[in-house]
Design a protein around this ligand. Structure first.
Ligand code: SAH
Length: 204
């Protein structure tokens, strides 16, 4: 997976490649799909949701440019896989999921995989997690019509937000940098994520 799906494309950050190689993805997919855990694809995890494609997880992490000392927010815990990769790359990881059952399952899986330090919260992540802000980096694993304002506001100065932005079925990955003069946006690869629901997403 690391060599063919990530390095051979354009993932170059050795810390990200190392993290992707260490997290056991098979623990984060449903038992009956274990044989496909390292496929170049998103996979269903129940409740109409998916575990993101490995390439997109790596791409988001690379754009966050983590060094190891950061406090990070992961919006849309899902299986917990993205949160686990972030835990390999940063000091403190908060992850927020709106579906209680998914959050509970992710908490169990993260513990089993050795990432018990990840704090999983239940709630509308499109509003961020004000009680733990500011964050050096925020990763959103679901698509929004535009970068949620609350998330930009919860970035520290110089902080980075990566979020798929666009229509329900087609988006581009957007990197928002919070600079002193205001937010700067860099668009990159086309992508397709499940929708971010909630106030800062596609609505309730
Ligand atoms: N990073 C996850 C991706 C899961 S898919 C993984 O690696 O498995 C996106 C998740 O975002 C879904 O579980 C969905 O329920 C959740 N989601 C959608 N809107 C949300 C919101 N407003 N707040 C929190 N989670 C949300």
């Amino acid at each position: 997976m690391v060599e063919r799906q990530l390095r051979a494309r354009d993932i170059a950050d050795e810390r990200v490649l190392g993290a992707m190689g260490r997290v056991p993805r098979e623990l984060f997919v449903p038992q009956e799909l274990r044989h496909r855990a390292y496929d170049d694809a998103a996979l269903p995890i129940g409740d109409g949701q998916t575990i993101s494609q490995p390439y997109m997880v790596a791409r988001i992490c690379e754009e966050l440019a983590l060094r190891g000392c950061e406090r990070v927010l992961d919006v849309g815990t899902g299986s917990g896989y993205g949160a686990a990769v972030l835990a390999e790359l940063a000091a403190e990881v908060h992850s927020i999921e709106r579906v209680t059952e998914l959050a509970e399952r992710a908490r169990t899986t993260l513990g089993r995989a050795g990432y018990e330090g990840v704090e999983v919260h239940v709630g509308d992540g499109s509003l961020g997690l004000p009680e733990h802000a500011p964050f050096a980096a925020i990763a959103v694993g679901a698509a929004a019509p535009s970068a949620p304002v609350a998330l930009v506001e919860q970035l520290e100065l110089g902080g980075r937000l990566v979020v798929p932005v666009g229509r329900r079925k087609a988006q581009r990955l957007e990197l928002v940098l919070r600079l002193a003069e205001g937010p700067a946006v860099v668009r990159s690869v086309p992508c397709r994520f499940v929708p971010l629901v909630g106030e800062g997403g596609f609505g309730p």
